[in-house]
Design a protein around this ligand. Structure first.
Ligand code: ZN
Length: 62
C-alpha cells in the first residue's frame, strides 16, 4: 500500500499555507500553480517540503 505524502505549500502572493495530498514527488518542482482560497485565484505556491504522515519509509537517497 502506498502512503500519500502531504506537501506543505505556501502562496507566494498572500503567504497562506495549505497542504496537498498527492501520490507523486513534488520535490522536483520549484513552484506549483494551484488555486488559493485567500486570493480566490490560481497562484504560484512555494513548496516548503513534504509532511509525511507515516514517518517510517523515506524515499531512497540519490
Ligand atoms: Zn494566496
Amino acid at each position: 500500500m502506498t502512503a500519500l505524502t502531504e506537501w506543505v505549500l505556501e502562496c507566494k502572493v498572500c503567504g497562506a499555507r495549505r497542504t496537498l495530498d498527492v501520490g507523486y514527488d513534488l520535490g522536483e518542482y520549484k513552484q506549483l500553480y494551484i488555486y488559493c482560497r485567500e486570493c480566490r485565484a490560481t497562484r504560484p505556491h512555494r513548496i516548503l517540503g513534504p509532511r509525511t504522515t507515516l514517518s517510517s519509509a523515506s524515499s531512497s537517497a540519490r
